[in-house]
Design a protein around this ligand. Structure first.
Ligand code: ATP
Ligand code: ZN
Length: 206
């Protein structure tokens, strides 16, 4: 019985996901189209997908398990189970404002326009802080929004802060700290659970 894992096809989680499998002693066959591949020494099939689609595929059992950032997982709100925090893909969803703005707490954003790719996480945060702001959802290059007059602030993923700095922004609040997690479909067969246990045992050993 093979278990199917969904990982990001390219991007920030790709290398670490492949390295993790390798360190678990799992050899992957090389495929040119990189749509999927499998292992000859472990009952594993690998699907390469956009990270945004991974929660849905795991919920729908197209993939049994997946590796995805907690940020994407919570934003998508799909019903899957988190099996393990993987310790890579660390970043934070942070609020950032133009460097010259007088920022005195989240209340400073009352009535302002905030650009983000994470409207759900941002909305929850603002509600918690009793701040009413306009959320502008954009899918990429959020950090340029204030510079082009699209927004007064951003809620964006940050690791070093270099991108924000280069765009004249300063990080002012952390909304959410994230890392990559292993998730699974909620209803795996006993056989697949056994394979997953075996994989987990190896993951915990590396
Ligand atoms: P895809 O083409 O798969 O949709 P993407 O452009 O949405 O890729 P990446 O930028 O590759 O995504 O980021 C994937 C994940 O890596 C993020 O969702 C997040 O969990 C994590 N990550 C770690 N550090 C950062 C960072 N500095 N900026 C953005 N994401 C980061
Ligand atoms: Zn994505």
């Amino acid at each position: 019985m093979k278990i199917k894992i969904a990982i990001q096809k390219s991007g920030r989680l790709y290398d670490d996901s492949i390295v993790l499998l390798k360190e678990c002693g799992i050899d992957l066959r090389n495929v040119k189209d990189r749509l999927k591949t499998e292992s000859d020494n472990f009952p594993l099939e690998v699907f390469f997908l956009r990270d945004d689609d991974i929660p849905q595929y795991v919920e729908d059992a197209v993939a049994d398990i997946g590796i995805v950032g907690e940020n994407v997982l919570l934003e998508k709100g799909k019903t899957v189970e988190v099996v393990e925090q993987l310790g890579f893909g660390k970043c934070r969803l942070s609020l950032a404002v133009p460097r010259n703005m007088d920022f005195d707490g989240v209340a400073s954003l009352q009535g302002k326009r905030i650009a983000t790719s994470y409207p759900k996480l941002l909305r929850q945060y603002l509600e918690q802080k009793n701040v009413v702001a306009e959320i502008h959802e954009i899918s990429g290059s959020v950090e340029i929004a204030p510079g082009i007059g699209l927004a007064d602030a951003v809620a964006d993923l940050v690791s070093s802060g270099g991108t924000l700095f280069m765009n004249g922004l300063k990080e002012v609040e952390t909304i959410f700290a994230s890392q990559a997690v292993l998730v699974r479909n909620g209803k795996l067969s006993a056989e697949k659970m056994q394979v997953l246990e075996k994989l987990l045992f190896r993951i915990r050993a590396v």
